[in-house]
Each structure stands twice: as structure tokens, then as C-alpha cells.
Design a binder for this molecule. Structure first.
Ligand code: GTP
Ligand code: SPV
Ligand code: MN
Length: 593
């Protein structure tokens, strides 16, 4: 097929002009316009296998599943190479890297120039959000990675649907992506919010390269949300069905690799089986104030890009069932029979496998078989717990917002804010231990406001203000909670069993939104009253239960000092109301001596 023929694929002259401009910069041998069809997917998959981007897995056991091994230093997001490019440095705030737009364009243009010689430039039109939803946004990504195309096909609504949604409009995010030479020294992920443009070069990894996800649906969308009065958040969305059949929707923000996918797909243990969790989304929520004064949320994605290690039929059976077909596995270990394995899967480690680097691995090997940030890409529609409402263009009404962090100490299992403003304070000041989802040291506690530290596309102080402003427009604001599944004892073991047992905490949260469950006031917020969380059949030592819900005053005073330091960096764009919440917390802690 000739490039010319395919250049006629988009009816929109603005798209065509932009693609021509990108193409003359990158100088590919050919241009291919994706239509999103099944036939195209088969053809591109075959091509990916021929060129080595994908390896077929055992098609009898894992039909439609493929394996991808990434470059060794391209296995996670690179936050230090991620930039927000606005004319004024002040506008990106203290939590983002900044580059002046013309400087960024010039720098990346040099890298993109001629970088697709001999290769194909794929034009990938996509919609983020359900078809026909007022929430939805169109993006067009050009890329020279067929792996990226096939992932975008799972993660977004990709193909002709995007041209239909876009029509003649100029309202689409221009996403330029290229592998170039995958050199980490020539890797940049740049966002130009004023131009509705993303340029990413030098990485083929998920969050760096699937530009609809973190780059568009969080960084660009959060900027749009600020201007248009809505929220783009790093949140799962679930529906909790009670024994009477009522479904209550909850959105929860946990930092990367801190349990969103697991909570979104939770299956309760036998003793709690009268409750059921329905999955609406596992990573991103777009939320708007409805005409009824409630907060309505959609999942802009169409698939899951989930953490493989730790995923098992025991910890997350719904995820395991979702990924048995039509899925792409990245940086997992490959067994001799053409199936996959990773640390924390149910089965015994294989006697021999190829590790994520492609080297022979045995249980005696000193290194891990799968990369700790190995991932699966799978269609959401295949998830057994997918909600009937997951593609509802209106979204689902949210009754509770939950912030969660990974903290060995201090943060209790669960507590509830006093109101929206106090809840915004709790989200703004949360901290979590770093994980393998981003390059860099793991286990380091850092402030990660609303789990958006790496994803907020503008000044974090303005972002907090947007939360407060949206809250003022809500006649029926969701209640806001904080959870922590990751508290450890003196031996370093988790105090809370987590996973399916988290239903017990979810139940308390949902009951609180109906004014049903008991709570006691404390200096940090409302804690579950004794007996208000159903712990029956858990065999949780009473000391663990007490530790999980204790408020360590000294520890919290130290925490306040750290929040003060973080708030200090935000400067005068920090909303006064949040400074007041911090001072009030400090006063309460001091007066409880
Ligand atoms: P991103 O896709 O990076 O945004 O991550 P996520 O928040 O969806 O994280 P995910 O659910 O994939 O969990 C990451 C890791 O945390 C996995 O290894 C899980 O097994 C582990 N995990 C999830 N829930 C729990 C829990 O309740 N307790 C414990 N101890 N570990 C958990
Ligand atoms: C995360 O890191 O939060 C992810 C994976 O969900 S990625 O898409 O790579 O950002
Ligand atoms: Mn994420």
C-alpha cells in the first residue's frame, strides 16, 4: 500500500497537515494509517513477530498472547526525563521538570530528524473515554513502534471511531512518538499543554510511549481539567454491590504499583461473599460535576496495563482470568512451553526459564526472572468483574474517594476526612514509598499528592485549588478517605492481609457514605469505631488490629513537619485553606499532650 493512498485515510485536513509535517521531520520510508480493524491487528501482529518486536506465546494455552522484551534500560517511566513545557517556568510548579517550549521543540526536533529512515510511521487515531461521551477526547499518535500501535489498540478506542468523533475539529492531542536509538541520554517525554501536544522520544516503555495514557489522560487532561473545571486523576473506579443488590461507586488514588488494579478487581473471601466488586477502571478517572450536583466519573481507557509480579490466582484471580487471551506480556519470564512466569505467581518457580533479559534462569539464579515492573496489556472487556456501566457515556456517580499510600509506618489502615476541604488536605499531603514503576531507588518515602506527583501537568498549588473549587460546586460531595494496606510489624511483615480482605475496609467506607457504620473522632480524622470493621474469621492478632488503627502522636508531629516542608516548596500558590488545615492538625496534635 502506498503512502499516498493512506494519506487519504483521514477526512480531517488539519490531521493530514500535521501528519505530513511530522513525517517530513522523521523521514520514514512509508506512512501507514491505522483503521483499528481486526484484520489490521492480525497483519501488524504478524509483522511484529517477523521483525522480533513480539514473540508468539503458546497459542493453545494463551491464545492471541504475545511476549515483548524491552531494551534493558527502558523498563519503567523516567520521571527525570519528563518535562512540562510552558513559556513561564513558574507555571509548572515545584513538582515538575520544566523546559521552555521553543527550546524543547528544537532539542527534540534534532533527535527526531530523519530518525525513522527505513521505517514505517504509523498514524494511530484514538479516543480516550466511551464512545459518544461528553467526557471523551481524541488523540492522534504517530509512532515508529509497532509494539506501541498494538498496545494502543488494547488500551484505547483506536481506529476509525476517532475520525468519526473528531470530524472537522482541531480539538485533538497531537502525539509524536519515536524510538530513535533508545538512548537514555537522548530520551525526553515533553508535554506542551498550550499546544495540546506531546513529543516523546527514546523510549518504548508504557507510560513513556503509550501517549494516550499518562501523557494525555493525566498530564494534558489535568491541565484541561483546570481550565474547564473537572478532574483527571490517577484513580481506579469500582462499584461495590451489597447483599441487597445496591451498587455504590468508589474512586481510589494510589501511587504507581500500590494496589489500584488489585482493589478494582477484588474478589471477597468466602466469608464476605455476599458482597461483590465491579470493575469500571484500574488506573485513570475523569470526573465532572453532574447537573445533579454529584461527581460523575468515567474510565478513559479501554484496557489494563497492569503490574505482573505479585499477580496470581490467589491475589487477583480476575486479573489472571483477564490475561489468558489477546494480551501482551512485557518483560516477564518465558517458560520452555511458551507460557509465562513471574515472581509471586501461584505456581512453583519453573526449573528453567528465560528471564526478562532473555538469559537462562533457574530458581538458583541470584536475580529475578521477571522485571519487578513487568506488565501485561489486556482488554478491559475480558475482565470477569467488568461493570455493566464501564462504557456508560454519562459515567458513574462517585460516593467515596479514597487516597491510599504504601507506608510501612504511621498511616493507619483507614480513616475518614471531616469534609471535602479536609479530604483535599489529606490527599495533598499524602506520602508513599517509591516502587519499580518508575526508574530510580525503590522504598523511598516521598510526598505524592493525590498519587499525582509524576502526572500533574501544571502547578501543584493550582491543582489543589482546582480540587477545592470543584468541591464547592458539589451539592453531594463524595466522602474522602485514606487507606494503607502496607503497614509492617517489627519483623517487616505486613500487618494487614490485604487483597480480597480489603473488602472489609471497603464495606466500612461505603457504609460511612450512607451514615451507617460507627466512627470515632481523632486528631487526624474519623477512625472506625471498635467493631465497626468486620474482622470476623481473620485471625488478626488484637495487637495488630490496635496498631493498624493507632494514631502515633510523635510520628504525626514529625509528619506535620515534613508536610510543612513540602508546602513550603509550593509557595504562595498553596491554597490558604490547606495551610489552615495543616495548622489545625498541628494544633490538635499539640493540644493532646
Ligand atoms: P500502576 O499500574 O503502576 O498504577 O499500579 P497499581 O496501583 O494498579 O498497582 P497493582 O494493583 O498492580 O499492585 C502493585 C503491587 O502491589 C502488586 O505486586 C500487588 O501484588 C501488590 N498489592 C496490591 N494490593 C495489595 C495489598 O492489599 N496488600 C499487599 N501487601 N500488596 C498488595
Ligand atoms: C504507572 O506507572 O502508574 C502505570 C504504568 O500505571 S505506566 O503506564 O507505565 O505509567
Ligand atoms: Mn498508574
Amino acid at each position: 500500500m502506498t503512502a499516498e493512498k493512506h494519506l487519504n485515510a483521514s477526512p480531517n485536513p488539519l490531521v493530514k497537515a500535521w501528519v505530513e509535517e511530522m513525517s517530513s521531520l522523521c523521514e520514514p520510508a512509508s506512512v501507514y494509517w491505522c483503521d483499528g480493524s481486526e484484520e489490521e491487528s492480525v497483519r501488524l501482529t504478524e509483522l511484529a513477530v517477523r521483525t522480533g518486536a513480539l514473540e508468539p506465546l503458546n497459542q493453545a494455552k494463551l491464545p492471541g498472547c504475545y511476549f515483548h522484551r524491552s531494551h534493558e534500560d527502558d523498563v519503567a517511566r523516567t520521571e527525570h526525563l519528563t518535562f512540562i513545557c510552558t513559556p513561564q517556568k513558574e507555571d509548572v510548579g515545584p513538582t515538575n521538570n520544566w523546559m521552555e517550549p521553543s527550546e524543547a521543540y528544537a532539542k527534540l526536533r534534532e533527535i527526531f530528524k530523519g530518525s525513522m529512515a527505513g521505517r514505517t510511521l504509523y498514524v494511530v487515531p484514538f479516543v480516550m473515554g466511551p464512545a459518544g461521551s461528553p467526557f471523551s477526547k481524541v488523540g492522534v499518535q504517530v509512532t515508529d513502534s509497532v509494539y506501541v500501535v498494538l498496545n494502543m489498540r488494547i488500551m484505547t478506542r483506536m481506529g476509525n471511531i476517532a475520525w468519526q468523533t473528531l470530524g472537522e475539529s482541531n480539538d485533538f492531542t497531537r502525539c509524536l512518538h519515536g524510538l530513535a536509538d533508545l538512548d537514555v541520554n537522548r530520551r525526553y517525554i515533553c508535554h506542551f499543554p498550550q499546544d495540546n501536544t506531546i513529543w516523546s522520544v527514546g523510549s518504548g516503555y508504557g507510560g513513556n510511549a503509550l501517549l494516550g495514557k499518562k501523557c494525555l489522560a493525566l498530564r494534558i487532561a489535568s491541565y484541561l481539567g483546570k481550565h474547564e473545571g473537572w478532574l483527571a486523576e490517577h484513580m481506579l473506579i469500582l462499584g461495590l454491590e451489597d447483599p441487597a443488590g445496591n451498587v455504590t461507586y468508589v474512586a481510589a488514588a494510589f501511587p504507581s504499583a500500590c494496589g489500584k488494579t488489585n482493589l478494582a478487581m477484588l474478589i471477597p473471601p468466602e466469608s464476605q461473599s455476599r458482597y461483590r466488586v465491579w470493575t469500571v477502571g484500574d488506573d485513570i478517572a475523569w470526573m465532572r460535576v453532574g447537573e445533579d450536583g454529584r461527581l460523575w466519573a468515567v474510565n478513559p481507557e479501554a484496557g489494563f496495563f497492569g503490574v505482573a509480579p505479585g499477580t496470581s490466582y490467589k491475589s487477583n484471580p480476575n486479573a489472571m482470568r483477564t490475561i489468558q487471551k489477546n494480551s501482551i506480556y512485557t518483560n516477564v519470564a518465558k517458560k520452555p512451553d511458551g507460557t509465562v512466569w513471574w515472581e509471586g505467581m501461584d505456581e512453583e518457580p519453573p526449573a528453567e526459564a528465560l528471564d526478562w533479559r532473555g538469559k537462562t534462569w533457574t530458581p538458583a539464579s541470584p536475580s529475578k526472572a521477571a522485571h519487578p515492573n513487568a506488565r501485561f496489556t489486556a482488554p478491559a472487556a475480558q475482565c470477569p468483574s467488568i461493570s455493566r456501566e464501564w462504557q456508560n457515556p454519562r459515567g458513574v456517580p462517585i460516593s467515596a474517594i479514597v487516597f491510599g499510600s504504601r507506608r510501612s509506618r504511621l498511616a493507619p489502615l483507614v480513616y475518614e476526612s471531616k469534609n471535602w476541604q479536609h479530604g483535599t488536605f489529606i490527599g495533598s499531603s499524602m506520602a508513599s514509598e517509591t516502587t519499580a514503576a518508575a526508574q530510580g531507588p525503590t522504598g523511598v518515602t516521598r510526598r505524592d499528592p493525590m498519587a499525582m506527583l509524576p502526572f500533574c501537568g501544571y502547578h501543584v498549588g493550582d491543582y489543589f485549588q482546582n480540587w477545592l473549587t470543584v468541591g464547592k460546586r458539589l451539592q453531594h460531595a463524595p466522602k474522602i478517605f485514606h487507606v494503607n494496606w502496607f503497614r509492617r510489624d517489627q519483623n517487616g511483615d505486613f500487618l494487614w492481609p490485604g487483597f480480597g480482605e480489603n473488602i472489609r475496609v471497603l464495606r466500612w467506607i461505603v457504609e460511612r457514605t450512607k451514615g451507617a457504620a460507627g466512627a470515632v473522632d481523632s486528631t487526624i480524622g474519623y477512625l472506625p469505631a471498635p467493631g465497626a470493621i468486620d474482622l470476623s474469621g481473620l485471625n488478626l492478632p488484637s495487637s495488630a488490629a490496635a496498631q493498624l488503627l493507632a494514631v502515633d502522636r510523635e510520628g504525626w508531629l514529625q509528619e506535620v513537619a515534613e508536610i510543612e516542608e513540602f508546602y513550603g516548596k509550593i509557595g504562595d500558590r498553596l491554597p490558604a485553606a490547606l495551610r489552615q488545615e495543616l495548622n489545625d492538625l498541628k494544633d490538635r496534635l499539640k493540644s493532646h499532650e
